[in-house]
Design a protein around this ligand. Structure first.
Ligand code: EPU
Length: 297
C-alpha cells in the first residue's frame, strides 16, 4: 500500500479553516498522488478509523475538541492539474476555484464567471454545488451543476469511477452525496473574450464585497435559504434584529446577517451557541426552521 505524501500528527484544524477554529486532528495527511488518496481511504475503512476529506476549509465548522481521525487534505499541491481541450476543461478537485477561473479567463473560456469570489476548491464546490444569484439581478440561481460534464471519483471501495453529471441530482447547495471522494472534473464551457470574462468575474467579486463580510474570518453563509420562502435566511435573521448579536468572540455580521464572524478569539462553542440562538429566534418569530449549510466536523 502506497501512502506517499506527508503526515502531521495533532495538526490544529484552525490553521486550515476559514473560520479559524478547530482543534487538532489525529493525523493531517497531504497525499502525493491519487493512488495515495485511495490507499489512505482504504486503510482507514479497513481499520475503522474515521477520515474526513478536506477541500479548502471554507464551509466547515470544526470542533475545538478536535477530530479523532485522519483528515485527507485534497488541496495537496501534488494533486493539482488543469488542462483544456477545445471548450472542455479537465481540472483536479484540489485546484482552488480562483485558480480555475484565472485559467478560464486566460484561455478565453466563458460560462463559469458566476463562481468568482467563491472560496475553496473545485472538489468542495462540486460537493456543495456552489452557486450564486446571476449578476443581472434576475434572482436566477446559477450553480456549478449547470456547467459540469463529468467527474472522476473514488467510490466506497476506493476504486476510480467516472460519473456523468447527468447521473447526479444537483439541487440547491447539494451535489453528489455518499461516501465518495471527488478526484477530477470536466467542465463544459464556451468560447468568449478574455477581457469580457475577467470583467464579469470582477462584477461577481465586487457584489460579494459590497454585500458580504469578506474581510473577516467566517465560513460564508451559515444557513441555507429556506425552501419555498420568499425571504432569504439573511433577511429573516436581520428582521429579528440580530445583526451585531454576539456570543463570546463570535458575532452576527453587521453587513450580512447570514454570516457569523470570528472576531479573533471565537471558539467553536461560541459559534454553535450563536447558531442555536439564531435558529431559535427565527423559529419563534416566523415559524421557520433554519437548516445549516456548514459541515460540522
Ligand atoms: N438581506 C437582508 N439582510 C441581510 C442580508 C440580506 O435584508 O443581512 C436581504 C438582501 O437585501 C436581499 C436578500 O436578503 O434582498 C438576499 O440576500 P443576498 O442577495 O445577499 O443573497 P443570500 O440569499 O443571502 C445567497 C447565497 C450566498 C451567495 C449569494 C450571492 C445562500 C444561503 N446564500 O445569499 O452564498 O453568495 O446568494 O448572491 O444561498 C455561501 O454559500 O456561503 C453564500 C454566502
Amino acid at each position: 500500500m502506497d501512502l506517499e505524501g506527508r503526515i502531521r500528527y495533532s495538526e490544529p484544524l484552525r490553521n486550515h479553516t476559514s473560520f479559524r477554529v478547530g482543534g487538532p486532528c489525529y493525523a493531517w495527511y497531504v497525499p502525493a498522488s491519487v493512488s495515495a488518496v485511495a490507499a489512505c481511504s482504504e486503510l482507514c475503512r479497513k481499520s475503522r478509523i474515521p477520515f474526513y476529506v478536506f477541500g479548502g476549509g471554507s464551509n466547515i465548522l470544526a470542533d475545538d475538541g478536535g477530530y479523532k481521525g485522519v483528515v485527507i487534505n485534497m488541496a495537496s499541491p501534488r494533486l493539482k492539474s488543469i488542462s483544456a481541450e477545445g471548450t472542455f476543461v479537465r481540472v483536479s478537485a484540489s485546484v482552488e476555484i480562483g485558480n480555475f477561473l484565472d485559467f478560464l479567463a486566460k484561455k478565453g473560456l466563458a460560462g463559469a464567471e458566476f463562481l468568482a469570489g467563491i472560496p475553496g476548491t473545485v472538489g468542495g464546490a462540486i460537493r456543495t454545488n456552489a452557486g450564486t444569484f446571476d449578476i443581472s439581478g434576475s434572482r436566477r440561481w446559477r450553480h456549478l451543476g449547470e456547467i459540469l460534464e463529468e467527474m472522476e471519483i473514488l467510490d466506497e471501495g476506493s476504486r476510480i469511477r467516472r460519473i456523468k453529471a447527468s447521473e447526479v441530482r444537483f439541487s440547491y447547495k447539494k451535489g453528489p452525496e455518499g461516501d465518495i471522494i471527488i478526484l477530477n472534473a470536466v467542465f463544459s464551457l464556451r468560447r468568449g473574450s478574455g477581457p469580457a470574462i475577467k470583467r464579469r468575474m470582477k462584477e461577481y467579486i465586487a457584489r460579494k464585497r459590497e454585500t458580504q463580510d469578506t474581510a473577516f474570518a467566517s465560513a460564508g453563509c451559515v444557513f441555507k435559504n429556506p425552501e419555498g420562502c420568499p425571504h432569504s435566511a439573511g433577511e429573516l435573521i436581520d428582521r429579528c434584529g440580530l445583526k451585531g448579536y454576539r456570543v463570546g468572540g463570535a458575532s452576527i455580521s453587521l453587513k450580512h446577517a447570514n454570516f457569523i464572524i470570528n472576531e479573533g478569539k471565537a471558539t467553536s462553542g461560541d459559534i454553535k451557541t450563536l447558531m442555536e440562538a439564531v435558529a431559535e429566534k427565527v423559529k419563534s418569530e416566523f415559524g421557520i426552521k433554519l437548516e445549516t449549510e456548514l459541515n460540522l466536523v
